[in-house]
Design a protein around this ligand. Sequence first.
Ligand SMILES: CC(C)=CCC/C(C)=C/CC/C(C)=C/CC/C(C)=C/COP(=O)(O)OP(=O)(O)O
Ligand SMILES: O=P(O)(O)OC[C@@H](O)CO
Ligand SMILES: [Mg+2]
Length: 246
Amino acid sequence: MRNYIKSLIDEGRVLHFSLIDPDKVDDLSSLYDVSKELYEHGTSAFLVGGTLGVSSSKLDAILDLLDDFPIPKIIFPSNINLISQKADAIFFMSLLNSDDLYYVVGAQVAAAPLIKKLELETLPTAYLIVGHGGTAAHVGRARVIPYDNVDLAVAYSLAAQYMGMEFVYLEAGSGAPETVRPEMVQIVKRFSSVNVIVGGGIRSPERALELARAGANIIVTGNVIERDPHRAISIIESLGKVKVRE
Ligand SMILES: CC(C)=CCC/C(C)=C/CC/C(C)=C/CC/C(C)=C/COP(=O)(O)OP(=O)(O)O
Ligand SMILES: O=P(O)(O)OC[C@@H](O)CO
Ligand SMILES: [Mg+2]
């Protein structure tokens, strides 16, 4: 999985990952149709996860449904109940800017033995909550990194790199009124060698392209898929045309 993602990034592509929030899915057949469209238009992976009200049985039902599409299914965990061997990998993430040790290392220690038993591949990720932060900031008790505090974002990203994490997820929060700013992405990429994932409030091709051109390796969208799948497809198509020098 890691090699799959790295090879796509090394080709100079900016990837799009589709976030499916099980709590927001009330009709599996329409989810299938939307997922098929997302796959056919070039999304590179499905992320499955949510902050509140996600049952592992619903998670498994969605992972089964997504099995028809030959792209990775990666768990985007908000807690240790969201682990399933039906997934291809899990963002093994630490909320580095949390005030609660549970989200920095507690949940990870509790989850690790089960993940080992299930032989689920892990993608070592620093989850950095920025600006608005949304539900994730509240639940994860994050001390959010202000939108304009690039130095702080760089410090956390370098710390993540030096601790061996391969991905940094700059998270503005699901449905955020403002996304992470391109300047923050640009400087984090300039000073660190991590793969940068950006999500939270991205709801237009223009904004997705700005973040891609600033250096984002992976763009995640969730709400726009729930609200306006055709707009999500236009985001996927616009990112598909981006070629960055590596
Ligand atoms: C590694 C393991 C097993 C657990 C990690 C646990 C950690 C660090 C969680 C971080 C804190 C947290 C609450 C993350 C939420 C991640 C997530 C699924 C965000 C997207 O949630 P949405 O469901 O889209 O948000 P809304 O409910 O607001 O739409
Ligand atoms: O739902 P949106 O706003 O696209 O955010 C995606 C993801 O970053 C949420 O954790
Ligand atoms: Mg959401």
